[in-house]
Design a protein around this ligand. Structure first.
Ligand SMILES: NC(=O)C1=CN([C@@H]2O[C@H](COP(=O)(O)OP(=O)(O)OC[C@H]3O[C@@H](n4cnc5c(N)ncnc54)[C@H](OP(=O)(O)O)[C@@H]3O)[C@@H](O)[C@H]2O)C=CC1
Ligand SMILES: CC(C)CCC[C@@H](C)[C@H]1CC=C2C3=C(CC[C@@]21C)[C@@]1(C)CC[C@H](O)C[C@@H]1CC3
Length: 379
């Protein structure tokens, strides 16, 4: 039937539709495969930020390699008759299994934190209230030997799972309608670019607050393992059941919007990464900066002189481009854009607080020089 927002839901799936042994096996195979790919030799081993006890952890940089090997394995599987399209019919039981796994995994992490040294605990998530601490996560970098649970979960099973679900939806659409629609190609292409880019620049995740500040608890485990693959693929899920006519001129405009978003997102993230690694790198050496009491400097020209979070702006423009191929008949494909706006506004406020603590007066000066947070002249 046509997509509609108002009116009663046609039916609600019964509990029996949540559980499937096949989904459990499939999810465990998927998770096991990503663990195996993580353990393969890496092209580089990166150092994380300095910890409370002045030590630094090491992280394998082989996420992009995991994406390519997964693509090869899935491609081989399809060649020998793996019914990839059927995955699209198992999303509900798969999401249920992933939720159970995230819950059990977080219980394990909570218990593991009981025996962790105080220096290994996160700044939040150690209030003494078990529900709050279980949710936020007690340990900053829970590990067994060199296997880092948070770093692994951030970028692999969920992000690669997201593009695999998208691909399964594309294959299913081709089986149903003879060929994938232009809208489905665009959504798959844009989101593959985003995930490929995140894995190519995997090292950048080591400086995000998720890794350096937040504990690993149910919120992040659920976010990484369930929320990302099953809700970030909503646009492709929508397109399978509600095909949208999309003509070439409109498709070109949407591609241009995605390209502009990506240009800002990548330009801003790379400019900051380059500057943080080596401020005298010729690509950033001419940019204007503010000195801070910590010895680190803040950029006040280039992308970071336009707004205080140009990378979020680029990310939001891309989010819009991912929704537009789905037309404007329904709100569901715009869910990601709305949720992501809320997430980034909240994330920006948290980052602002941390930067104020770190940089004090210099941060005030930056805010005066660059008054807008995400959207020039508006916010
Ligand atoms: N799709 C999704 O679900 C999500 C995507 N993202 C994306 O991930 C990317 C990374 O975001 P996030 O981890 O939030 O943080 P950022 O990459 O924006 O990093 C913020 C840090 O950058 C440094 N910084 C801020 N201003 C300046 C400046 N003017 N000059 C130099 N350094 C500065 C500060 O750290 P310091 O000074 O210590 O270096 C600050 O704490 C973004 O593109 C975001 O959109 C993030 C979350 C979810
Ligand atoms: C808890 C929430 C409900 C869900 C949070 C999910 C996030 C942890 C991940 C979703 C997409 C991500 C990306 C990155 C890290 C993990 C999260 C935040 C990067 C920021 C890593 C650095 C790259 O330069 C960009 C990545 C974009 C996607």
């Amino acid at each position: 039937g046509p997509a509609r927002l108002l009116g009663p839901t046609p039916y609600l799936p019964g509990l029996e539709m949540l559980w499937s042994q096949r989904a459990l096996l499939l999810w465990l195979t998927w998770f096991g495969l990503q663990v195996a790919l993580y353990l393969l030799p890496a092209r580089k081993v990166a150092e994380g930020q300095e910890l409370k006890d002045k030590s630094r952890l090491h992280y394998p940089i082989n996420g992009f390699q995991a994406l390519v090997l997964t693509a090869l394995l899935v491609g081989l599987g399809v060649l020998v008759g793996l019914p990839l399209g059927e995955l699209s019919e198992m999303l509900l039981p798969l999401a249920f299994v992933a939720t159970l796994a995230a819950f059990i995994f977080s219980l394990f992490l909570y218990m593991k934190a009981q025996v962790a040294p105080a220096s290994a605990l996160a700044p939040g998530g150690n209030s003494g209230n078990p529900i709050y601490d279980f949710f936020l996560g007690r340990e900053l970098n829970p590990r067994i030997c060199s296997f880092d649970f948070k770093y692994f979960c951030e970028l692999r099973p969920g992000l690669i799972g997201w593009v695999l679900i998208n691909l399964a939806l594309l294959v299913q659409e081709a089986e149903l309608r003879g060929s994938p629609s232009l809208a489905m190609w665009l959504v798959n292409g844009f989101q593959l670019l985003y995930v490929g880019d995140a894995l190519w620049h995997e090292e950048a995740v080591l400086t995000t607050m998720d890794i350096t500040h937040d504990g690993f608890g149910f919120m992040l485990a659920f976010g990484d393992l369930v929320w990302v693959p099953f809700t970030y693929s909503l646009q492709a899920q929508f397109l399978l059941y509600h095909p949208q006519p999309l003509r070439l001129p409109m498709a070109s405009v949407i591609c241009l919007i995605n390209a502009i978003g990506y240009y800002i997102f990548r330009g801003a993230n790379s400019q900051k990464d380059t500057f943080r690694k080596n401020p005298s790198d010729p690509r950033v050496a001419d940019l204007e900066t503010i000195s801070t009491a910590t010895g680190r400097q803040l950029l006040v020209s280039g992308w970071w002189g336009m707004v205080r979070h140009p990378n979020y702006l680029g990310d939001l423009i891309m989010a819009l481009a991912w929704s537009l191929p789905c037309g404007v008949s329904h709100l569901l494909p715009y869910f990601y854009l709305l949720y992501f706006t809320a997430l980034l506004v909240h994330r920006e406020a948290r980052d602002e607080q941390q930067c104020l603590q770190k940089y004090g007066r210099a941060w005030h000066e930056y805010c005066q020089r660059v008054p807008y947070r995400i959207l020039p002249y508006i916010y």
